[in-house]
Write a protein that binds this ligand. Sequence first.
Ligand SMILES: [Zn+2]
Ligand SMILES: [Zn+2]
Length: 136
Amino acid sequence: MKQQGGCQCGAVRFTTTDTPVRAMACHCTSCKLRSGSPYGVGVYFNESDVTMNDAQLGTYQFESDTTGRWIRNEFCVKCGSAVSWTLEMRPGLRAIAGGAFDNPDWFTIAAHIWTRSARSDMCYPDGMPVHEEALK
Ligand SMILES: [Zn+2]
Ligand SMILES: [Zn+2]
């Protein structure tokens, strides 16, 4: 199962192979700020299943004020689109920003997490698992 995507300006392109380890919608502050959206969608792959082209990715690393562990955001230096990230908490995995895929529907969101910081008008699909904090 090969999928492709990239940033807004098209400089950064990636290919993913195999199925994601997990895909989640996250309402934490970090995902809001990284994506500029009410929530972020993270599609997590084994690192070896993600190939980036050779466009330059900017990085920004910070420590979560909740967990104290680092998160490293990766973005297009030309257009600023959020593309991917890695986390100390999930070694060996690389997350792709859900909105960056050419086909927005090929993966299934398994859960919404950190909903305690979600917008108050947020609605969830019927039957969707919803977690106040991280998925254990
Ligand atoms: Zn770009
Ligand atoms: Zn998050």
